[in-house]
Write a protein that binds this ligand. Structure first.
Ligand code: NAP
Length: 485
């Protein structure tokens, strides 16, 4: 943190109604690459969450009353500041989350791109006129902000998961209360500092940090002044939060877990598929919801793909994300490493063959797992049936196109899927046959602000980004004008 150009980006307290709320209770923020304490932050709780909801409610009238253009100017200021401070924000993110610095700076740009996108898209919240059933009436549809939006986000993208939600909410005219993950509060607080510098008024963007996830979560899902709750995280927690929100019939969006298949057909460009699989699997040490979770390879090219993929993965450097040569940083915690190792060892016992890795990195402190590849995997093994969330690739081989679709869809999840093929018939049939919200075709990196991000089945509901991303933050109101004859 000593190397930050702008040290005032390092904040330690919740940001509520334009003020930093200090307190006596603290918790540590740990660097997962070294297990060292980076700093301590004030441990806010239920009272602060309620204060933040009140602040957001109080700020709502003035913020929603601004024109879309006025909001766009402030959002654009925020975008510019995030990009100006990309280096510092990237460093903070690497230190608290672990991902390599280049990837962390990429996340800052990715998160900021949603703020830029929605600053513009907010100007295009069009209504509608509908022909009325009788000549004395007119039917008009307008769209209005839903109100106060509350969010809970995970540690794997400490900036972008908040940016994706707050950008759309603020552009639509809503105010926002965010509760970041306990392990990664610093990126969110730096965003709040820059929101303030951008001129976003007090109460419009609030960040509550605290270890009491359940208590704060209850406020954010049940408070009568919260109109909409948006969550990114695991499917299990998402289900609990949907149930909690039901008590006050909240509008909810859920961005939950995934089990992405990456399918390589016989006619695929194998080198391109290897490159796509490396990026899609190993970025963020395999800890993204859209990370490839299972690699399905058609039998004729299985040997060639496995050899080339293993050679490419063996070259990836694991280590501290501040080191330029590192491609795979630490995992978020020691228990996360243990969970991944258990999936690997249990699958080897069940018959999988270890091609590469398969163990903790022992030579350094921190929570590192060797990039790992398993072949001869079947879809019922633990490594294929669970969301791995670590740098491990299980390879399953298949015979026919229909087998691939069946295996790919044989999961409760439906977030992202990928496949590599050249035949246009295969491309259409597989694209339409996959039960997933997003499909990468000859492409391993698919997420951007212009495209709708989200899943089907137990991967969630709602979309973030794109022209569809505003809908989750808007209510449709029908106006019926009568007595016109
Ligand atoms: P998680 O355990 O569900 O935690 C996510 C957030 O929820 C954290 O802020 C956590 O707080 C909080 N939380 C946990 N239990 C809670 C409760 N009972 N009430 C209220 N809040 C609660 O998920 P994770 O393991 O951190 O994140 C990884 C998961 O997120 C994966 O399943 C991944 O696929 C998913 N994800 C999905 C997307 C998407 O867009 N679909 C994107 C990224 C990640 P604490 O930090 O205090 O535990």
């Amino acid at each position: 943190m000593d190397k930050l150009n702008d040290k005032s980006l390092l904040k330690q307290h919740s940001y509520i109604n334009g003020k930093w709320h200090s307190g006596d209770a603290k918790f540590d923020v740990i660097n997962p690459a070294t297990d060292e304490v980076l700093t301590q932050v004030t441990n806010a709780g239920v009272a602060e969450a309620e204060l933040a909801v009140k602040a957001a409610k109080d700020a709502l009238k003035a913020w929603s009353g601004k024109s879309a253009n006025e909001r766009a100017v402030l959002l654009r200021n925020w975008f510019n500041l995030l990009m100006q401070h990309q280096d510092d924000l990237g460093r903070i993110l690497t230190l608290e989350q672990g991902k390599p610095l280049a990837e962390a700076k990429g996340e800052i740009a990715y998160g900021a791109s949603f703020i830029e996108w929605f600053a513009e898209e907010g100007k295009r919240v069009y209504g509608d006129t509908i022909p009325a059933p009788s000549s004395d009436k007119r039917i008009i549809v307008i769209k209005q902000p839903v109100g106060v939006v509350a969010s809970i986000t995970p540690w794997n993208f400490p900036n972008a998961m908040i940016a994706r939600k707050a950008a759309a909410a603020l552009a639509a005219g809503c105010t926002f209360v965010g509760r970041p993950a306990t392990q990664t509060p610093l990126s969110a607080l730096a965003m709040a500092e820059l929101a303030e510098r951008a001129g976003i008024p007090a109460g419009v963007f609030n960040i509550v940090i605290g270890e009491d996830a359940k208590g704060i979560g209850k406020v954010l899902t049940q408070h009568p002044d919260v109109a909409k709750f948006t969550f990114t995280g695991s499917t299990n927690v998402g289900k609990q939060l949907i149930a909690q929100g039901a008590t006050s019939v909240k509008k909810v969006s859920m961005e939950l877990g995934g089990n992405a298949p990456f399918i390589v057909f016989n006619d695929a460009d194998i080198d391109a598929a290897v490159e796509g699989a490396v990026l899609s699997k190993y970025r963020n040490a395999g800890q993204t919801c859209v990370c490839t979770n299972r690699i399905l390879v058609q039998q004729r090219v299985a040997k060639e793909f496995t050899e080339k993929f293993t050679a490419a993965v063996a070259k990836l450097m694991t280590g501290n994300g501040l080191d330029d040569s590192v491609f795979i940083g630490p995992m978020i915690s020691s228990s996360a490493v243990d969970n991944v190792d258990k999936l690997v060892q249990d699958s080897i016992k069940a018959g999988a063959k270890l091609e590469l890795g398969g163990a903790r990195v022992q030579v350094v402190d921190g929570n590192f797992y060797r990039p790992t590849i398993l072949s001869q995997v079947t879809n019922d093994m633990p490594i294929a049936a669970n969301e791995i969330f670590g740098p491990v690739s299980p390879i399953i081989s298949f015979e026919t196109e229909q087998d691939a679709i069946n295996i790919a869809n044989d999961t409760e999840y439906g977030l992202a899927a990928y496949f590599y093929a050249r035949d246009i018939g295969t491309i259409w049939r597989v694209a339409e046959g996959l039960d997933y919200g997003m499909v990468g075709i000859n492409e391993g990196l698919i997420s951007n602000a212009a495209a709708p991000f989200g899943g089907v089945k137990q991967s969630g509901s709602g979309r973030e980004g794109s022209k569809y991303g505003l809908d989750d933050y808007l209510e449709i109101k029908y106006l019926c004008m009568g007595g016109l004859n």
